[in-house]
Design a protein around this ligand. Structure first.
Ligand code: BMP
Length: 248
């Protein structure tokens, strides 16, 4: 079995990078997948994985992303579907099967829906297919605290979600890079080998180094690379700004 965490770590050791490319390509619909694929080729060796969101999934669907999926496979990069799956088990499993049969290696899901009849089914399907599940634990937008920070039973919801990540055996958690203190708390609650992926650096104002120092394993970065005049230079600058984390 190729565990997602091991795959990311192996890519990180080879590249000296902790960047996950959020391939959020906007602009004319017709050219998005071609531009995203060119980005993957240009940034291979500088990123450890590729995440796609509605920017590509909505106009193209998984069948339309075959070219991108092939590029990720050839470059040895896991392809993560960011649909924040949030439904009953049978529906989430249908989505996961479609993604996993078409070149995707992991999905992001919302632990809010609970285990029985929902996440249990999705996690079991992913295990059966040797694919990854990453749970949303604390988001990066300004209002995240209004949901993920709610106090439930005397503790914040994100702490319960971090415990669920460990107990349910997910591959890792998404935690905002803009909240290093939350990253620290979540890190302490996760199990061995479970990774923290942190969005929110660059365009959203978070600091790469702060997030990594707090315990994030990887930074999910979109606009500050994708929309840069020179995406390769932008990625290199981000790698340098997290210089304390070069491979051993
Ligand atoms: P950017 O670096 O351009 O802000 O992009 C961040 C990416 O991570 C986007 O795809 C966004 O949907 C995603 N994301 C996020 O920004 N915050 C979260 O809490 C969870 C996310 O998936």
């Amino acid at each position: 079995m190729r565990l997602l965490g091991e795959w990311l770590e192996s890519n990180s050791r080879k590249s000296g990078s902790r960047l996950v490319l959020a391939a959020d390509v906007g602009g004319p619909f017709e050219s998005r997948v071609g531009r995203a694929t060119a980005l993957v080729r240009a940034l291979a060796g500088r990123v450890v994985a590729v995440k796609v969101n509605w920017h590509l999934l909505l106009p193209y669907g998984v069948l339309g992303l075959a070219e991108l999926a092939a590029a990720c496979r050839e470059e040895g990069l896991p392809l993560i579907a960011d649909m924040k799956l949030n439904d009953i088990g049978s529906t989430d499993v249908e989505a996961a099967r479609t993604l996993f049969s078409n070149g995707f290696d992991a999905v992001i899901a919302n632990p809010f829906v609970g285990y029985e009849g929902a996440m249990a089914d999705l996690i079991a399907e992913s295990r059966r297919r040797e694919k990854g599940v990453i749970l949303l634990v604390y988001m990066s937008h300004a209002g995240a605290g209004e949901g993920y920070g709610l106090t439930v039973g005397g503790a914040p919801l994100y702490a319960a979600f971090a415990r669920r990540t460990r107990e349910w055996g997910a591959d890792g958690a998404v935690v905002s890079a803009r909240s290093p203190s939350v990253i620290r708390e979540v890190r302490a609650l996760l199990g061995e080998g479970q990774v923290i992926l942190s969005p929110g650096v660059g365009a959203q104002g978070g600091d790469a180094r702060e997030a990594l120092l707090a315990g994030a394993d990887y930074l999910i970065v979109g606009r500050s690379i994708v929309e840069a005049d020179d995406p390769v230079r932008a990625a290199d600058a981000l790698i340098r700004s997290s210089f304390a984390f070069t491979p051993p």
